[in-house]
Design a protein around this ligand. Structure first.
Ligand SMILES: Cc1cc2nc3c(=O)[nH]c(=O)nc-3n(C[C@H](O)[C@H](O)[C@H](O)COP(=O)(O)O)c2cc1C
Length: 160
């Protein structure tokens, strides 16, 4: 398997942490989705902006990915949950990237209300959807993981 973890992480690095754990365990490469324009550190302002973007279907510009996806047959995509779905940057990535022929795993981090992020990602991805996983963190936007580490490890070990 030649795999890459493609992730977006904004608030406190929860999604980044899971992405790094997957990369460490499976030997996959890491590639971060970055927006051209930063959302800033003001949590409430990010909430408002995110809600407006999601309601209007706005997709932010993203930087070119550091990895060449044509080199990989397996792509693991991670997003934080934003307003019950994926972050707009991840939607932009999936809309502008053809994953046809690739094995796709997806995960989301969330604060207790996962919504339809994984279903929405599966619908957008043109790859072969293998499996997905939700990782719960505390509901205040913090970094305390609620999902059991054993459950998370079991899913990561299933990636192949
Ligand atoms: C704009 C915004 C919207 C959010 N919406 C939700 C939500 O709908 N459901 C939920 O459980 N958590 C929600 N959260 C919490 C994040 O999904 C959670 O803290 C996530 O782990 C953050 O990942 P990150 O640190 O990698 O950015 C939201 C956070 C932000 C900033």
């Amino acid at each position: 398997m030649k795999a890459v973890v493609v992730f977006y992480s904004q608030t406190c690095g929860n999604t980044r942490k899971i992405a790094e754990m997957i990369a460490l365990t499976t030997g996959a490469a890491l590639a971060e989705i970055e927006t051209v324009e930063d959302y800033g550190r003001d949590y409430d302002a990010v909430m408002v902006r995110a809600r407006d973007e999601i309601n209007s279907g706005f997709l932010p510009e993203i930087r070119p990915l550091s990895a060449d996806l044509s080199e990989y047959d397996t792509v693991i995509i991670g997003t934080p949950t934003w307003w019950y779905t994926m972050a707009p940057a991840v939607r932009k990535f999936l809309r502008s990237t053809d994953l046809t022929g690739k094995r796709v795993y997806a995960f989301q981090t969330h604060g207790g209300q996962p919504g339809s992020a994984l279903k929405d990602m599966r619908r957008l991805s043109k790859g072969e959807n293998i499996s997905d996983f939700m990782v719960e963190f505390d509901s205040m936007g913090g970094s305390q993981m609620k999902t059991s580490i054993d459950e998370l490890r079991t899913w990561i070990q299933s990636i192949q």
